[in-house]
Design a protein around this ligand. Sequence first.
Ligand code: NOJ
Length: 521
Amino acid sequence: MSRPWWRDAVCYEIYVRSFADSTGDGVGDLAGVRGRLPYLRDLGVDAIWLTPFYRSPMADHGYDVADPRDVDPLFGDLGDIGALLADAHALGVRVIVDVVPNHSSDQHPWFRSALAAPPQSPERDRYIFRDGRGPSGAEPPNNWDSVFGGPAWTRVRDGQWYLHMFTPEQPDLNWRNPEVRADYEHTLRFWLDRGVDGFRIDVAHGLVKHPQLEDNPGGFDPERMGHGEHDRNSWDQPEVHDIYRDWRRVLASYPGDPVTVGEIWLRDDEATARYVREDELDLAFNFRLLLAGWDAGQLRRAIDESVAAMAEVGAPTTWVLSNHDVARQVTRYGGGEVGVRRARAAVLLMLALPGAAFLYAGEELGLADVDVPPEARRDPIWARSGHTRVGRDGARVPLPWSGDAPPYGFSPNGARPWLPMPADWAPVTVAAQERDPGSTLTLYRRALALRRSQLRLQPPELGWLPAAADCLVLQRGDLLCAVNLGRAPAPLPPGRVLLASEPPSDDQLPTDTAAWLLASR
Ligand code: NOJ
């Protein structure tokens, strides 16, 4: 059997609101993405992942879906997504769409009819409605917290409560209800029939909750990324796996190996691996690299443990350094020149690894998080947390394409972008970096081209060669990837340098630098 395309694909995440605006309203849209497809082909990615563009009141920027089978007018219409798919395929770029099965919008017709219907009605059973605790039912049914802050329950007029693991505008669906399951199958087929190449599944580990909705042992701690023991009753219940077995049967009836990739924020690698057993999802995001600091030991452990966990179930590993929910890697690694330097080295390490790699739009420009002023913040986390958590806006600022001043070609008519763009981004625009052989964009293009021409030919097995302190030397077949995370230059391993994140000198690898080499035989 031939290897499916996604096993070692490079997939580029497009946060649609922030990629390219074709209409001049300051918000990115599908026609904007379509117009930039040649850029993505030239960058050398195999696929793009589009964040939700469905009908939505935008309480969580589209992750609150009112109709999963239609396009929100803010982003275009069904004709736009059809045209985007056709053009992308003509350029050899596959398209993955984001589905949000854990919850709907509170404006979804199902939720509106649930509110209008009495307790215990079939309409309410599509969601998770319960009576409250305490003598008059005035306390929430359990102690669960919303991921965005505050209780996970909101009370409705007749006194019942409904569950929302995110904002109150995102009521959780009841996946124990067969109608919910059948409707989602309809959604998957709707998009597969239109030619999408797969799905990114939002909160894939969360669809089924504890059958009795028992209290969690400990409240949610936003600093502890990923779900685990403290909130075990809200996530990762055994029955969730049946859903993905059903979905696999749906996808298997379509040609072209459409892919499923689950967003599974669990802190236990083995639990994550259970989602990619042979008859379930194809891929699970692996956030271990993203969570590791700029530290040789942490990165090596993240890599070894991820590979080992996936090998147990025979699935390929995936790698992620950033996405629209976390601070950009340049910022995490210290910001400024040091942050950029480390991020350039980190991507060479990531792209040398076997498995599928996910890039987040803007990382190829070396963008850092933007310090969005409080009055301009739009992430619901900011308001929901009582202004104690800044939220994710800093990583969602629109992309700079060209020019010397905001909106840097993001909008056609100089419109004000939905999040303010910094005044000092002229040197990092796509147009500026395309002309510069030393730019981060040029590095990404070279790395992706070499990954296609050379790395994919290497065996998936990886090993580690002896290395100086604070250095890593990874080997895959003939390829070596050396990374110097220390404070002083370190000797380069013998071999021919194919690419380096900073120029090596005198066979020395500078600090915060990575290089790919063809091993000498
Ligand atoms: C994960 C998505 O990536 C995030 O942006 C969203 O807010 C939550 N899921 C809720 O849908």
